[in-house]
Write a protein that binds this ligand. Sequence first.
Ligand SMILES: Nc1ncnc2c1ncn2[C@@H]1O[C@H](COP(=O)(O)OP(=O)(O)OP(=O)(O)O)[C@@H](O)[C@H]1O
Ligand SMILES: [Mg+2]
Length: 287
Amino acid sequence: MAIKFNRVDFKYKGHDKKGYLALSNINLSIDGEGEFITLIGETGSGKTTLVQHMNALLVADSGSVDVYGIRVEKEAVKKKRIRLNPIRKKVGLVFQFPEYQLFEETVLKDITFGPKNFGVSEEKAVETAKRVIKIVGLDESYLDRSPFNLSGGEKKRVSIAGILAMEPDILILDEPTSGLDPLGRNALLKVFFDIHEKLNKTVIIITHDMNTVYEYAKRVLVMRDSYLVYDGDPVNLFTTKNIQNWNLDTPDVLELTRRLESDLNITLKTRPRSAAALTEALEEVLR
Ligand SMILES: Nc1ncnc2c1ncn2[C@@H]1O[C@H](COP(=O)(O)OP(=O)(O)OP(=O)(O)O)[C@@H](O)[C@H]1O
Ligand SMILES: [Mg+2]
């Protein structure tokens, strides 16, 4: 198992002594290849906090997280008994707010920073930058620009390119498509799905978009008030009784399927997860 949470609790130390409990008793295992996971839950439920434990940006107050055989726990990090660099190389995390990630004068320097930091030559790093900038849907001319003078969506793409350049085994994206236009959003989702499918990598996406969850995810994690309350497949998720308490939208395709089944008094033979699959399922029944 590439990542394993062992009874993790985490509290943000606030101005008041009490602090703010953001993770409670998290137990979770994630494979290093072949997973496509979406992480959902309402605002403030602990999603960002959870993924920041996966590459040791945050460290559990109690319990531990094993990342590729390295046990990340408070004492070991405090006493510098473990090296965090190998973890960061294996587990790439794209921040929710790209401003936190971009800091160089040019996009090129920003994207090549990571690979060079891990020992890749300048020449190779530039080559990689030219490749990944295209993958995220921007052209090479962006490489000379300042990351600070880009639109929100462009910044987001550049920050994704910066992590892709490091070629991590596990790619984690914290709300990667928020603020993008629908076409751009779908194109990027396709990029992430391709990385997962063609390279057999594990991809974890935090999102508030239930359509994405329903169509793409193989496994869904739901956070609720610092607890992990669901870990399973997306079709079962939307039929569980607890769903009302979790404040999640119903995916459009599921809503439409239910309405069609009731209005036309039919039962589809499959549970379609995309518009195309719904059309096919309808044709089969109405033929
Ligand atoms: N730096 C911080 N200091 C104190 N409390 C924090 C800090 N960051 C987050 N929190 C608190 O911890 C809880 C979990 O935050 P987190 O950012 O993990 O939520 P989230 O599920 O990612 O929310 P969103 O969907 O809004 O991004 C929130 O209630 C938040 O107020
Ligand atoms: Mg968040």
